[in-house]
Design a protein around this ligand. Structure first.
Ligand code: SF4
Ligand code: SF4
Length: 422
């Protein structure tokens, strides 16, 4: 129980208050829940705090693994909503997300990983991508694109595309980004078929060893041919650098790391179009998990005989994910943003991430339906998100359920509104 033992103090100290089920600032009674897992399971062990209790019970030998326990652990998108809610009340005192990561690492170490997630990890190990596609297919999107190839060729800026390389619908967007970077005079390169997964999904599932191997392979590329800047198109990959690398103790060399929306927001001019009401879905991986984690090293001190306090204090980067850049871009193309009650760090996850959809499609559908219900309540014509995974998942549900709202990726929307795609 090494992984849980390392979190024992936090698991024990959690106040069992259930605050991690609710958004920190409730704007709507109807849309007050922040945790898709307990929204689906309707049972305390599905919440962040409930998972901490079960982790503690496992550590103490009070319960054993069974299907019900595994369901509470993996019917969860590792979205970090519980972490934000807990931080809003207690700062970084309990860190439920770190407990969830430790719990999953313990599951893997104990050989209890469910089959669908074993297959994902096996695909990653064999092919370097979650889908099990031949490794060379990573380069199909850019086979005819005339741009430098990194790390063989040095460049000021490396564009990292991640799993969008396997999504043919995203290829025109990626080529458009290359064109925009070139037009802005940026010396840019891509890795193409030599691009490597950054380990975010492996870490989410609980395979810290594989996550480290993947992340280190990428860092070797960076060290071998360091760019000044890295621009990341894929939200999961962005979260890997910001949220996972520090948790693995890995340090990105001195390379400025931006999400694509951050670069675009300073380099995009839209054409005049008629105003359109849209709502924006903050993906967890760009928002909450796009915050730069700074691991804490120090000591616990007991104050007033019972209050555990960390010395030195923990650096909390609360609310520092990427929230403004996508909204600036939407405003630039004359979109009227109607916010959902749960937005920015309080956004309700669509249920697609962290291996949750592969493990339990019913959970993922439940979360997606709830998010779409909220989006429809705004009266917006379109739901827009930066994340290809969120968009694909929500679009599928909206179409299956015949909802009167369109779902589109931010990049596609920008291309449409700037007259580059009809
Ligand atoms: S994890 Fe935080 S918010 Fe949740 S029950 Fe524990 S102390 Fe309360
Ligand atoms: S990570 Fe998200 S889905 Fe999982 S327990 Fe926390 S809030 Fe719920």
């Amino acid at each position: 129980m090494q992984h849980l033992q390392e979190r024992a103090g936090y698991l024990e100290a959690c106040t069992r208050c259930s605050g991690c089920k609710w958004v920190p600032n409730i704007e709507s009674d109807e849309f007050a829940q922040i945790c898709p897992s307990v929204h689906y399971g309707k049972f305390h062990p599905y919440s962040g705090g409930g998972k901490m209790i079960n982790a503690y019970a496992l550590l103490k030998g009070l319960i054993n693994y069974d299907d019900a326990l595994i369901d509470t652990i993996y019917s969860c998108s590792n979205c970090g909503g519980c972490d934000v809610a807990c931080k809003a009340n207690f700062g970084d005192a309990y860190e439920p997300l770190a407990a969830l990561y430790a719990l999953r690492q313990q599951v893997v170490a104990d050989g209890q990983l469910p089959e669908p997630l074993k297959r994902l990890l096996a695909n990653l190990r064999a092919t370097g991508n979650r889908f099990g596609y031949p490794p060379a297919s990573r380069g199909r999107w850019c086979a005819t694109v005339d741009v430098k190839r990194w790390p063989d060729q040095a460049a000021d800026t490396v564009l990292y595309v991640g799993d969008l390389a396997f999504d043919e619908g995203a290829w025109p967007q990626l080529r458009d980004v290359i064109r925009r970077l070139g037009a802005a005079g940026v010396d840019v390169a891509i890795a193409g078929e030599n691009e490597v997964d950054l380990g975010g999904l492996a870490f989410d599932i609980g395979d810290g060893g594989q996550a480290r191997d993947l992340a280190e392979a990428f860092l070797r590329q960076v060290q071998g041919c360091p760019p000044r800047r890295l621009i990341i198109c894929d939200d999961q990959a962005f979260a890997a650098v910001r949220n996972v690398f520090p948790r693995l103790g890995l340090v990105m060399p001195n390379v400025e790391t931006l999400h694509l929306t951050e670069w675009l927001s300073g380099n995009f001019t839209g054409a005049a179009r008629e105003r359109q009401r849209v709502t924006y879905h903050d993906s967890c991986r760009l928002g909450r998990l796009g915050e730069a984690v700074q691991p804490w090293r120090g000591n616990w001190e007991v104050h007033e005989h019972y209050l555990k306090v960390r010395t030195p204090p923990v650096h909390t980067n609360f609310g520092a994910g990427v929230y403004d850049a996508p909204r600036h871009l939407l405003t630039a193309v004359n979109a009227e943003i109607v916010e959902m009650p749960r937005n920015r760090e309080s956004a309700f996850c669509c249920g697609n991430g962290g291996g949750a959809k592969e493990f339990n499609p019913d959970f993922a559908r439940s979360a997606g339906r709830e998010r779409l219900r909220e989006a429809c309540s705004t009266g917006a014509e379109l739901l827009i998100s930066s994340c290809g995974g969120c968009v694909g998942h929500l679009k599928q549900i909206a179409e299956e359920d015949g909802l009167g709202i369109g779902v589109i990726s931010l990049m596609d929307y920008l291309r449409q509104r700037s007259g580059e795609q009809q």
